[in-house]
Design a binder for this molecule. Sequence first.
Ligand code: EPZ
Length: 422
Amino acid sequence: MSYKVRDRLKIIGGKKLKGEVKVQTSKNATLPIMSASLLAEGKVYLKDCPDIIDVQNMAKILKKLGANIVRTQDDYLIDSSNIKDVCLDYDLCKTMRSSIFLLGSTLAKFQSICLTMPGGCKIGKRPIDIHIEAFRRLNVKVTQLDDFVFFNASKARAGKIRLKLPSVGATENIVQFACKLKGKTIIYNSAREPEVVDLCNFLNKMGAKIYGAGTKKITIIGVEKLQGVEYKPISDRIVLGTLLVATAICGGTIRLIDKNINQNKKLIEILALMGCQINIKNDIITLSRDVPLKSVQKICTGYYPNFPTDLQSMLMVLNCVANGQTRIEEQVFENRFLIVGELKKMGAKIDIVNNHTAIVSGVRQLKAGKLKAYDLRGGASLVLAGLVAKGETIIENVHYIDRGYCHIENMLKSLGADIERI
Ligand code: EPZ
């Protein structure tokens, strides 16, 4: 019997939020760590993984590669010690492209791998030229034929790489690949995101020798073996940021316990400027908002530790209902204003200057309506818009949101939002 997955959310806006929720484990730390588990000689035990589509898909791909995976609630036991080689059929190559983060570990393990060329996604072309250039610097043979890319590492050797921009995925792939590559590999202009640091901490716990994680220069000394370990990836700073913005837009008070609050420094500065009262003590952040929101003049996304592109659309929504005008510069991806059309249906005043710049003029009220999610973070932002719009908002294509948020409706309902999946 085929049944339609419930792929819509119904929100009755206007409720204030109040309470405390647990912040889920980071999607963008869990995915590369699951990939790197292929490098272990023994079992890897990942604890408290987020129950989201992207993690479920990664587990499916690891199984397809021959790993033995046992999931118990949110814990994954991954044993890839019995994988000998891999049959690269078209289907696997296609799936591999969806998880580019597997390139480094599978290439280290199998010495040759093939991907289908990036199909891109809604927020951008998602090219892999920086990945390819970096592997070529390590003498990996990379050939492209039609929409296939073949990587052969039989003659790979350690070396120095300078990334033309601090790509998170490219940094994570090279780190995974170089862990067991004899000699010293150095990555200059490496990504500094906390999720990259968490991957390096995981690999070092397995016995890797990685130095400089979190800086613009990462050094990897190749080792013979990496052993299986138990590990819990860090919490999700983008989900924490989403919860803070949700409370800022609805009004009310939220209390979050999290070891990594400082990773959201830039967001917290902006929310304070917009009228939120924020108190941070040890690992507890309390945010309240009970005065009218003031627009922030300019928001500029960039590579960590600059303001994260993944929170840009949420601040766009927040400034739609603030007093004043905001200039948003999206410097990381080329198509991350997908929600503007949907927000305009709700009465928002937004002018797109070009695909990197938008001007938001705050309005008193957004109108509830029927909306479509087109990507993960944009979809989550439409949920925030629904929470503040008076009346009933329906959001379709919620599967995009489920890629990165564990049951977003339950998280918000526990804070007093009137939201349900239909
Ligand atoms: C990671 O994507 C995250 N995904 C993204 O989060 C995040 O937005 C992004 O980093 C930036 O922080 C995961 O970690 C799973 P990049 P990634 O390589 O690695 C260009 C989310 O919502 N580029 O740092 O793909 C690229 O087009 C997702 O959780 C090249 O030009 O990002 C982009 O403009 C969305 N050539 C910029 O670099 C390349 O070879 C940054 O991309 C690679 C990237």
